[in-house]
Design a protein around this ligand. Structure first.
Ligand SMILES: Nc1ncnc2c1ncn2[C@@H]1O[C@H](COP(=O)(O)OP(=O)(O)OP(=O)(O)O)[C@@H](O)[C@H]1O
Ligand SMILES: [Mg+2]
Length: 417
């Protein structure tokens, strides 16, 4: 029997049928859930996290860690990668009882929900829903103490926890009362303003050690993509220039590996739908707009409600003003990813936001929070902000929307309907 035949038979018949007419060998490898077994350009971060957690296996305490960097810089992938190694070593190492729990705070977004999630993991047969958080806290302490457990808690997207100061306080206080057990927190966030928001005491306990994840450049993204493509696509099914283009687009926009991977996934799907044997630059270009939309959609959906309403106010005003420009003959073609040509002033946005928030939610945030939200929207690249300069009052800032106003308005409207 030829080796070709053997490899055909070694594949499931249905799997074979599905990939027969596709550029993909294993499409799953291009999806966000996949954790790569090899992480490029993150050696320093991997080493730092490992060195920091290793003392737990010697019966000592470890520092709490705070990992931050822009979206798509590999924070989650790196943390999960190290956790896998940690768990593997913990299962072999009989002298120390150590364990990791990964929590996505986008879903578990309050102190209570995080505590519930921890207990669900520690006591899989019990249901603690409805018990007070004091009770949950006591059960957690009891478990750790009885098992002399060194627990590593990964709080991914920790900025999404509403009462984060209280959560960090409760968890770190556990350590004061535990002799042979401990909790080490690994907090992760892509929000550069998150630290400023914290109570100084929380900040110093959560950020005992900090680790930055810088954006990737085009060459790094190319290497990351090439590695992924060799596993996910059939041999020769993606042209080198398509890989380079996806890397260049992602590097230019944000240095975000998620965008880069998603571009090639969608480009592969487009090639399949056109029954092409090879993914080329043109497919990456075709994929660009839908990927941009996907990324913006998921970003907007994770913003706090009132931050969405501030963005909604900006989009509404932009549309209203664009209407005026059109009538007066000043309109220009405003395509997605181009900055809007409508310039707004922070004061008028706040007024508009107040009206919208009162109508939809019956309350509104203070001017201070509003300014914070403007900073965050700029950080996410959804708006561009500049100081208004002379001729304007004090803190006035001028603001432009970075994406299509109609699309943004539609996305947010769905969230509030
Ligand atoms: N160094 C790397 N090598 C290989 N793949 C990577 C690397 N960094 C990131 N990726 C891939 O890029 C995607 C995004 O990475 P990840 O989810 O870790 O980003 P993140 O920093 O957690 O972003 P966010 O702040 O939005 O949660 C994932 O598919 C991940 O597998
Ligand atoms: Mg992440």
């Amino acid at each position: 029997m030829s080796s070709k035949k053997t490899s055909f038979l070694s594949r499931n018949l249905f799997e074979h049928e599905i990939i027969k007419d596709s550029v993909f060998l294993n499409r799953d490898i291009m999806t966000p859930h996949y954790i790569p077994s090899k992480l490029l350009f993150r050696d320093i971060q991997i080493k730092e996290i490992t060195t920091n957690l290793a003392p737990l296996f010697k019966g000592l305490r470890a520092n709490n860690l705070f990992l931050y960097g822009k979206t798509g810089t590999g924070k989650t992938a790196t943390a999960k990668f190290v956790l896998r190694e940690f768990e593997e070593f913990a299962s072999k190492n009989k002298t120390t009882n150590a364990k990791t729990i990964y929590i996505n705070c986008r879903i578990h977004n309050s102190k209570y929900k995080v505590l519930l999630k921890i207990l669900a993991n520690l006591y899989p047969d019990k249901d603690f829903i409805g018990f007070s958080s004091t009770f949950l806290h006591e059960k957690l302490m009891e478990y750790l103490d009885e098992n002399s457990m060194k627990l590593v808690l990964i709080l991914d997207e920790i900025d999404k926890v509403k009462d984060v100061d209280e959560l960090v306080y409760v968890l770190t206080r556990c350590n004061d009362d535990l002799a042979n057990a401990s909790i080490t927190i690994v907090g992760i966030s892509n929000n550069v303003f998150f630290k400023q928001r914290l109570d100084p005491r929380t900040r110093s306990s959560l950020c005992e050690k900090e680790l930055v994840f810088p954006p990737y450049n085009a060459n790094e993204l190319k290497a990351i993509l090439s590695e992924r493509v060799s596993l996910a696509f059939k041999k020769g099914a993606v042209s080198k220039s398509a890989v380079a283009l996806a890397a260049a687009i992602a590097a230019q926009e944000s240095g975000d590996a998620r965008t880069a991977v998603l571009l090639l996934l969608r480009a592969g799907e487009i090639a399949d739908s056109l029954q092409k044997k090879r993914v080329e630059e043109v497919d990456v270009l075709r994929a660009k707009e839908s990927v941009e939309e996907e990324i913006i959609l998921s970003m907007i959906n994770t913003l706090p409600e009132h931050e969405q309403l501030v963005l909604y106010a900006i989009a509404s005003l932009t549309i209203a003003k664009k209407g005026i420009k059109k009538i007066s003959g000043f309109s220009s073609n405003n395509t997605l990813s181009q900055l809007s040509d409508v310039v707004l002033i922070s004061g008028e946005i706040y007024e508009e936001y107040l009206t919208i928030a009162e109508k939809l939610k019956g309350n509104a945030v203070s001017l201070r929070w509003f300014q914070q939200y403007i900073n965050e929207l700029e950080m996410h690249g959804l708006i561009a902000v500049a100081e208004a300069g002379r001729g304007f009052r004090g803190n006035t800032r001028i603001i432009k929307l970075a994406y299509d106003a109609e699309k943004i308005k539609n996305i947010i409207e769905k969230n509030f309907s």
